[in-house]
Design a protein around this ligand. Structure first.
Ligand code: IYR
Length: 221
């Protein structure tokens, strides 16, 4: 196995006071991110989505296999078909599949099986990960840490879209196999989540929830 290296380039570091200020400013900005479920139909340029996807693609990945796949959808007919299929699964979920304990956990969010945002929002971005890839001869190639890799890429995408001034909803209709069928994705691709992207609707409200303090979820030794 051959390997080659090049000098690290483009790395930027800062004096400590500036480092702290940058870290604080970024945390302040990210703490203004809220998941919304009520989107305006105001269009968002494709170029903004493309740049945010560039950020997603900077994620680290197992063996640098970059197993994430994104399908950016603004086509109204495709969005309509996704809404219909997702609502069918969600109706089953809320009426039958979800245990009472799960429904109780969701109650504060006020969610139900109706997903109008799947048509109202200007962009839907279903995210898939490759369970395996193919080599030049068409043989299956194992993927390493695909869940971790696509999860990190999705987090970076959400941060990039927030940074650009857009709102997102991390939607996970369950199960999501309909996305493979509707979008003609191979069996080697697993749906991971469906990111809804756009502007919040006028008068949009969000659940009155609080975030944990760092001291509640992190320890230092
Ligand atoms: N997929 C359903 C249910 C749901 C589940 C969780 I966990 C949430 O944080 C929110 C919703 C729905 O989208 O309504």
């Amino acid at each position: 196995m051959s390997s080659s290296s090049v000098p690290l380039s483009g790395y930027v570091t800062y004096p400590e006071p500036e480092m702290l200020e940058r870290a604080r400013t970024f945390a302040d900005s990210m703490s203004r991110r809220r998941t919304v479920r009520d989107f305006s139909d105001q269009p968002v340029p494709r170029s903004v989505i493309e740049q945010a996807l560039r950020t997603a693609g900077t994620a680290p990945s197992g063996a640098n296999q970059q197993p994430w796949r994104f399908v950016a959808i603004s086509d109204p007919d495709t969005k309509h078909r996704i809404r219909v299929a997702a609502e069918a699964e969600e109706r089953e979920f809320y009426a039958h599949r979800a245990p009472d304990e799960w429904l109780a956990a969701l109650a504060p969010l006020g969610t139900d099986a109706d997903k109008p945002f799947l048509e109202h929002a200007p962009w839907l971005i279903p995210v898939f990960y490759e369970r395996f890839g193919f080599d030049a001869e068409g043989n299956k190639v194992k993927r390493y840490y695909p869940h971790e890799s696509v999860g990190i890429a999705s987090g970076l995408l959400i941060a990039a879209l927030h940074h650009a001034g857009l709102a997102t909803l991390t939607h996970t209709p369950s199960p999501m196999g309909f996305l493979n069928e509707l979008l003609d994705r191979g069996k080697n691709e697993m749906p991971f989540l469906l990111l809804v992207v756009g502007y919040p609707a006028a008068g949009c409200t969000v659940p009155d929830i609080r975030r944990l303090e760092v001291s509640e979820y992190a320890t230092f030794k």
